[in-house]
Design a protein around this ligand. Structure first.
Ligand SMILES: *Cc1c(COP(=O)(O)O)cnc(C)c1O
Length: 373
């Protein structure tokens, strides 16, 4: 079965093997040197002033960022399930919250954010997804961060990059907190989250907030290459192996360009079959198609062609399917996926099979690789 869900994503063999070594005690020089090297590699990925690793799923880092960086009112951008989650976290943490809500195919604009800030002077943090995984949507986070900081330098910008870090280069100049998670673009099993912080965020954190998710106490320890509580040693060894694997495959910049090209070629191939790309501004982490046969397409893909793609959640259940683009994916795998989708459409009687999908994918992908067009 080809796992093509946008999280969890397949774990490379070298990484699985690195995690199969005997368990290390976390308070040892041996583990501290692994931690130190992982931190060094992470700084290269995140490009932020500080990085922290937490033993939690991505939502833990979302909560930690909100409770440590927001003191009064959180503005969150809800174009899907994960944006909505920031509002729920603010409410559960006793913070005030304001939400800009959109359909799941529609990104927020810079103007809307600025208008909302003008109307609500108590907002001291903004949380948004770089890629909203619910519909495969890209928000213009960097532009928003830049515009906000020009007018309100004190407002903390929290960017959930769980499906963006490791997918595309992110300009962190105006971002205070960048979040990543293990089981999506980082090709690891679930259970590790990462926070990249700006100097300004570190100032704002001060003494920190809460107990387990107190970022000040965590930071103090991690700067000494250890953790406040028991470290997720196996996942950290896995993360080190992932970052080394990416290096050995040509580096992160190459992965970014391959991912962008793969996402573009996939979308073009599926559009050539008459399928429709759901989000108005597609993210590079996944290809999302809305279709009245979405459920049947997924079922047949799995049962007949050994391809597992994700469906939609809530009101989009049965209405969309989502194909992962995150991680080290071989072109021959994704070519099979688009070809299988074309075969499914033939089975459903929607169009005759003529190899369009793989031809278009190959033209877009390999012509760009060869420098044609
Ligand atoms: C998956 C995901 C999360 C939540 O992460 P968990 O690891 O499930 O807690 C948050 N944000 C985005 C954009 C995601 O895709």
């Amino acid at each position: 079965m080809l796992l093509f869900t946008p999280g969890p994503t397949p774990v490379p063999e070298s990484v699985r093997l690195a995690m199969a070594t005997p368990t290390l005690h976390h308070r040892t020089a041996e583990f501290e040197s692994i931690f130190k090297e992982t931190r060094r590699l992470l700084f290269g990925l995140m490009k932020t002033d500080e990085v922290l690793m937490l033993a939690s799923s991505g939502t833990g880092a979302m909560e930690a960022s909100v409770t440590n960086l927001c003191k009064d009112t959180l503005l969150s951008i809800n174009s899907g399930k994960f944006g909505e989650r920031f509002t729920k976290i603010a409410k559960a943490s006793g913070l005030k919250s304001i939400e800009i809500t959109h359909d799941w195919d529609t990104a927020v604009s810079v103007e809307e954010v600025l208008d909302t800030l003008k109307a609500h002077s108590s907002i001291d943090a903004i949380a948004m997804q770089i890629s909203e995984s619910a519909g495969g949507l890209r928000h213009p986070v960097e532009e928003i961060a830049k515009a906000v900081k020009a007018l309100y330098p004190h407002i903390m910008i929290i960017a959930d990059g769980i499906t963006a870090v490791g997918v595309e280069p992110i300009d962190v100049t105006h971002i205070d907190c960048l979040i990543a998670g293990s089981q999506k673009a980082l090709m690891l099993p679930p259970g590790l989250s990462i926070l990249g912080l700006s100097h300004k965020a570190i100032e704002t954190i001060g003494e920190g907030k809460g107990y387990y998710f107190n970022l000040a106490s965590e930071m103090k320890k991690q700067q000494q290459n250890t953790t406040a509580y028991t470290a997720p040693t196996t996942l950290i060894m896995g993360l080190k192996a992932v970052l080394e694997e990416v290096e050995s495959k040509g580096g992160i910049e190459l992965l970014y360009s391959q991912t962008a090209l793969r996402a573009k070629a996939t979308r073009r191939a599926l559009e050539a079959l008459g399928l429709h790309s759901y989000p108005h501004s597609p993210a590079k982490c996944m290809t999302t198609i809305d279709d009245s046969d979405a459920q049947a397409i997924r079922d047949i893909l799995k049962s007949t062609f050994s391809v597992n793609v994700a469906g939609g959640q809530d009101h989009l259940k049965g209405k969309i399917f989502r194909i992962n683009q995150m991680g080290l994916i071989e072109p021959y795998e994704i070519v099979w996926v688009v070809n299988a989708i074309e075969l499914v459409l033939a089975k459903l009687g929607r169009r005759d099979f003529d190899g369009t999908a793989s031809r278009v994918f190959n033209e877009v992908y390999f012509n760009t690789m060869l420098g044609v067009n």
